[in-house]
Design a protein around this ligand. Structure first.
Ligand SMILES: [Mg+2]
Length: 234
């Protein structure tokens, strides 16, 4: 074993971090833009990554030159959610190294949480697929969804809620994230953050370590992120 402390818990983002669902969100958003008679640019699509459905709709509508309209936001948000549910039903793919890291964290006896901005209805579809590759058992002690928090990422609330539900000090936890808003949320909560950017550029920050993918990342690597935190009692 390494001399690094084990994290009190590992808190995982879902879309783009554990599973390739960002591609499904992208497909649904491009289809929505086409239905509205326009097209979504690569930059516009990238800006939606990790954001709430309402923020994503605002970005798409602004690109299409559509005036702000609450009813259109509701209608289109529902359409995108239904379309993503349909696409998720066909199955989801792990991000490189994600399944192995999650298995390693579980094998080390470190508690895990899933912390996602995606609503519960869609998250449960992904959780069912994830459980199938863990012999049917749910791999997370706690799951926090976007419709179950007082404020969404980049607010620290989702990660604080997960740490509280696990009964651990968030400063002794490691957050694993792929997006700017997710990394911002984890750092604001006080956790150490491992960033694996896929579709966005993430700037360096204190408390943040960036890796290209999760391939080869193990629980000892996560513990190494906490080495300067002995004063917090980690
Ligand atoms: Mg994400």
């Amino acid at each position: 074993m390494s001399s690094f402390p084990a994290p009190a818990a590992v808190l995982f983002d879902m879309d783009g971090t554990l599973v390739e669902t960002e591609e499904l969100w992208g497909q649904a958003l491009h289809e929505l833009a086409a239905r509205r008679g326009g097209a979504l640019s690569a930059e516009g699509r990238a800006a939606t990554v990790g954001t709430s459905m309402r923020t994503s709709m605002a970005i798409v509508h602004a690109e299409l030159g559509l005036p702000a309209d609450e009813q259109r936001v509701d209608t289109d948000a529902r359409w995108v959610e239904d379309r993503v549910a349909e696409l998720m039903g066909a199955g989801v793919q792990w991000r490189p190294g994600a399944r192995e890291l999650l298995a390693g964290v579980r094998a080390a006896g470190v508690p895990t949480a899933l912390v996602t901005t995606t609503p519960r209805r869609l998250t449960d579809l992904v959780l069912a697929a994830i459980a199938r590759s863990f012999e049917g058992s749910a791999p997370f002690a706690v799951t926090v969804c976007g419709d179950e928090v007082p404020a969404r990422k980049p607010d620290p609330a989702p990660y604080l809620q997960a740490a509280a539900a696990l009964g651990v000090d968030v400063r002794c936890c490691v957050v694993v994230e792929d997006s700017v808003v997710g990394v911002t949320s984890g750092l604001a909560a006080g956790a150490a953050v491992l960033g694996v950017p896929a579709m966005q550029v993430i700037d360096p920050a204190p408390g943040l370590v960036l890796r290209e993918t999760l391939t080869g990342v193990g629980v000892a690597d996560l513990g190494a992120l906490l080495t300067d935190r002995e004063t917090a009692g980690c």
